[in-house]
Design a protein around this ligand. Structure first.
Ligand code: PEP
Ligand code: MG
Length: 324
């Protein structure tokens, strides 16, 4: 598949009417990094740091993590890498970490909730990231932020670690970007101050969709009932675009849906300008975007929003059929 799209690898994801969409890739291991070159991704929009914790039998050491993160940044060759802090709990369980028995792990003690309750591990990881940057720009994002205070507290930890590293005489990152993943509907309705404080927001659509429809992402029986292009969900995503844009907050989408060409095109049509996906999806998504008049797509979607249809998919597919 990579080969098929090699002719557009160096070309931008620019629509027929001139909108540029930034396509980034998701990664989680050192072995993913060569794809940055091969796929034509503009950066790593989501680096899932928990994979490194999952493949070990104990909490990794700060020095080892710093060395690993530095290698990731080296391999990215100056392209932006958004490091997501440890996202454990729910579907990702560390065998060496004691956890409470939870009736509902997806709604339980996970991600930033664990980070803020067990700050030792989070602080260690933040120190490793700061040291890895070593004078280069650093991008950190916190997973599963459900309310403003959680973001404020996590960001505060990062700022405190930066001060501490400075006092210890370490080289600081050239710049620091701090973002939140929007994975619960609650965060979309957070106070404006949250949107102002976040340097960027990345929508984790896998989790967001499961909570929006109350449909377990791991349960095949219910997962497929709800279309990503459902009018309720897509118009909700559009409201997030509008709130982010009102505050000038950079917004991206990094769930699996961003890697599906039709979905990606609809996300672009409602105003998203950065999408992050598995490397193999970049070619097909770019191919469709480059053949799309986004203003026309937007009209089709807006009309479908008010038509009483459950999903915009049939209207968008019909428009595409007539267009080809
Ligand atoms: C998401 O929830 O969409 C996401 C990108 O994070 P993960 O799939 O790792 O939960
Ligand atoms: Mg998630």
């Amino acid at each position: 598949a990579q080969q098929r799209y090699s002719s557009i690898r160096e070309k931008p994801a620019e629509t027929l009417d001139g909108d540029r969409i930034a396509l980034h890739m998701n990664a989680g291991l050192m072995a993913d990094l060569p794809s940055l070159e091969g796929s034509g991704a503009e950066g790593v929009g989501l680096f899932r740091t928990e994979l490194q914790f999952l493949v070990q039998s104990q909490v990794p050491k700060r020095g080892d993590l710093a060395a690993l993160y530095a290698r990731v940044m080296d391999a990215a060759g100056g392209k932006r890498v958004a490091f997501r802090t440890l996202d454990i709990g729910s579907d990702k369980v560390l065998p060496y970490m004691k956890r409470p028995d939870e009736p509902n792990p997806a709604l339980g003690w996970r991600a930033i909730r664990v980070g803020l309750d067990k700050v030792g591990v989070m602080r260690m990881q933040l120190q490793a990231l700061i040291r890895a940057a070593n004078g280069r720009p650093l991008t950190v994002m916190f997973p599963f932020v459900a309310q403003f205070d959680e973001f404020k507290a996590a960001r505060e930890h990062l700022m405190r670690e930066i001060d501490r590293e400075e006092k210890l005489g370490h080289t600081l990152p050239a710049s620091v970007e701090v973002g939140a993943m929007l994975e619960t509907p609650s965060l979309a309705f957070a106070p404006k101050q949250f949107f102002d404080m976040a340097d960027f927001i990345s929508i984790g659509g896998n989790d967001l969709k499961q909570f929006f429809f109350a449909a377990d992402r791991e349960n095949e029986q219910v997962r497929r009932r709800y279309d990503t292009l459902n009018v309720s969900y897509l118009s909700f995503l559009k409201q997030i675009v509008e709130r982010a844009s009102a505050s000038g907050t950079h917004l991206s989408f990094c769930g699996e849906d961003a890697g599906r060409p039709l979905e990606a095109m609809c996300f672009a049509a409602i105003g998203m300008r950065t999408l992050s996906m598995r490397p193999a999806s970049i070619g097909p998504v770019k191919h469709l975007l480059r053949r799309t008049d986004l203003a026309e797509a937007r009209d089709v979607i807006e009309t479908a929003f008010t038509s009483g249809a459950q999903s915009v998919r049939p209207a968008v597919m019909e428009w595409m059929r007539n267009r080809d």
